[in-house]
Design a protein around this ligand. Structure first.
Ligand SMILES: Cc1cc2nc3c(=O)[nH]c(=O)nc-3n(C[C@H](O)[C@H](O)[C@H](O)COP(=O)(O)O)c2cc1C
Length: 148
């Protein structure tokens, strides 16, 4: 069973709710998961050779929430991440032009840094559901079986 860092970017708390449910599901599957609400580089460093789950909403026009911008910038500085295996949950709203833009930016960054994504990026559309955890929970149940 694995240590998993769950890194959250949120404005109104929906992504945090998804992350907290993910933590509970992963714990039930036997993993040791920890949620980072205002993630810093030092938090990330602990998991960069293991497993990370990024859960972020999008704000502005396809922008990252302020809470996760410092981590995004730190990852660029840290550089190559060949050992990292990660999952990505992107919250957004298809009423906006850059649907789930922040999550897509994060995925592109981790791909550039040589990390391996486990599973597909999960996009959750606020126009289609008011309960994002009802979409993310089944996805996390599966994702949790991909990590060792
Ligand atoms: C001011 C504002 C700007 C937003 N911009 C985008 C956007 O560009 N793309 C997108 O997919 N969703 C956008 N959204 C939708 C949010 O990402 C979505 O409602 C999400 O569920 C919020 O999650 P949170 O509570 O974790 O912040 C925006 C929402 C607000 C209020």
């Amino acid at each position: 069973m694995a240590d998993v860092g769950i890194f959250v970017g949120t404005i109104y708390g929906n992504a945090l709710l998804v992350a907290e449910e993910a933590q509970a599901i992963l714990a039930r599957l036997g993993h040791d998961a920890k949620v980072f609400e205002d993630p810093e580089a030092t938090d990330w460093e602990r998991y960069r050779n293991g497993y990370a789950l990024v859960v972020t909403s999008t704000t502005g026009q396809g922008d990252l929430p302020d809470s996760i911008v410092p981590l995004f910038e730190a990852i660029k500085t840290i550089g190559w991440h060949p050992e990292l295996q990660y999952g990505l949950i992107a919250l957004g709203d298809s009423m906006y032009d850059n649907f789930c833009g922040a999550g897509k930016q994060f995925d592109a960054l981790l791909q550039e840094q040589g990390a391996t994504r486990l599973g597909e990026v999960l996009t959750i559309d606020a126009s289609e559901t008011t309960e994002p955890e009802s979409v993310s929970n089944p996805w996390i149940e599966h994702w949790g079986t991909l990590i060792k």
